[in-house]
Design a protein around this ligand. Structure first.
Ligand code: PXP
Length: 240
């Protein structure tokens, strides 16, 4: 079964809009788990426009399932991971100030940096994942650089899903087979939603986790958080 990790960045964005503590991020994380989420993901960015660095220890204390922190590994981020030791760190190559992450790592050009960093996190007992475009060459590089898992960037898949879903998913299936063969764990995320999630999760081999934020929190405005998490969770149940 693929685990659903709910990315709560957008909840923090609403909170920050008024400077107070509404909605209460800590309570939302507790409730997401209560409603069936099997992980909580946050993506702190240097401008702290949604998740703040100070949110991390609070969330670490309450998340019972799996706490995944993703982001660009600058010094502040690295310190944050070492201090708080989430279950998983997902390294994302997004420069400061971008609106959202829209591509995976160029591993060959960052090989030594990533290798040392992955080793450091592993020594701290934190599982590692690298955000990657669905390219089989990069999956091989990911194995060589020493990550535990990869997270396939699904933005391209999501954008092409309507026009040709079979073609959109082709490279992702190839990467999932290769990851399984190489013994790499497999996550995925970005722009997954109620329309495109089931097809994706059903086609990939051994998809361990999806992290979903923007669409899920937007759907929650209409269906409520509890119903929405239930809807996404049901889409992840295998149908043969
Ligand atoms: N995975 C990574 C690495 C991301 O940066 C994001 C966005 O913060 C997501 C998954 C979730 O994407 P979305 O908000 O589109 O569901």
């Amino acid at each position: 079964m693929t685990r659903l990790s709910v990315n709560i960045n957008k909840v923090a964005l609403i909170r920050n809009a008024r400077g107070g503590n509404l909605p209460n991020l800590r309570q939302v994380a507790i409730d997401c788990e209560e409603f069936g989420a099997e992980g909580i993901t946050v993506h702190p960015r240097p401008d702290e426009r949604h998740i703040r660095y100070s949110d991390i220890p609070v969330l670490k204390e309450v998340v019972k399932t799996e706490f995944n922190i993703e982001g660009y590994p600058n010094e502040k981020f690295i310190d944050l991971i070492i201090k708080n030791k989430p279950h998983q760190v997902t390294l994302v190559p997004d420069p400061p100030g971008v609106l959202t992450s829209s591509e995976g790592w160029d591993i060959p050009n960052n090989f030594e940096f990533l290798k040392e960093l992955l080793k450091r996190f592993k020594n701290e007992g934190v599982r590692t994942s690298l955000f990657l475009d669905a390219n089989p060459d990069l999956v091989k590089w990911a194995k060589d650089v020493g990550t535990d898992r990869i997270e396939l960037y699904t933005g391209d898949y999501a954008h092409s899903y309507e026009s040709d879903k079979e073609k959109a998913i082709e490279s992702h299936i190839i990467c999932s087979k290769l990851a399984q063969k190489l013994g790499l764990g497999l996550n995925a995320g970005h722009d997954l939603n109620l329309d495109n999630l089931r097809f994706y999760a059903n086609q990939l081999i051994d998809l361990q986790e999806v992290s979903i934020g923007h669409a899920l929190i937007s759907d929650a405005l209409y269906y409520g958080l509890q119903n929405t998490i239930g809807m996404y969770s049901r889409l992840l149940k295998k149908i043969n």
